[in-house]
Design a binder for this molecule. Structure first.
Ligand SMILES: [Zn+2]
Length: 76
């Protein structure tokens, strides 16, 4: 197991490098994430101090949710 410092550094580097791609996955790559996957991905970005990116990940994911899904924001 890596040290907490190594894990923290990896999270920060990951969120810096993957921010743009992680946000655009649903729209640009037709990558369907489950609600649990989207929340887990957003949590990594929050842990890396990228709250705005986490919000954008969930917003783009929510646009593809169905009425019974956790993040659905449209009209039923
Ligand atoms: Zn969802």
């Amino acid at each position: 197991m890596n040290t907490p410092e190594e894990i923290a550094l990896a999270v920060v580097l990951f969120t810096e490098v993957w921010g743009e791609l992680a946000v655009s996955l649903p729209d640009d790559y037709s990558c369907h994430m489950t609600c649990t996957e989207a929340e887990a991905l957003a949590d990594v970005f929050r842990a890396g101090g990228q709250d705005r990116t986490a919000e954008m990940i969930l917003a783009n994911h929510a646009a593809h949710d169905e009425p019974d899904d956790l993040h659905f924001q449209g009209e039923e």
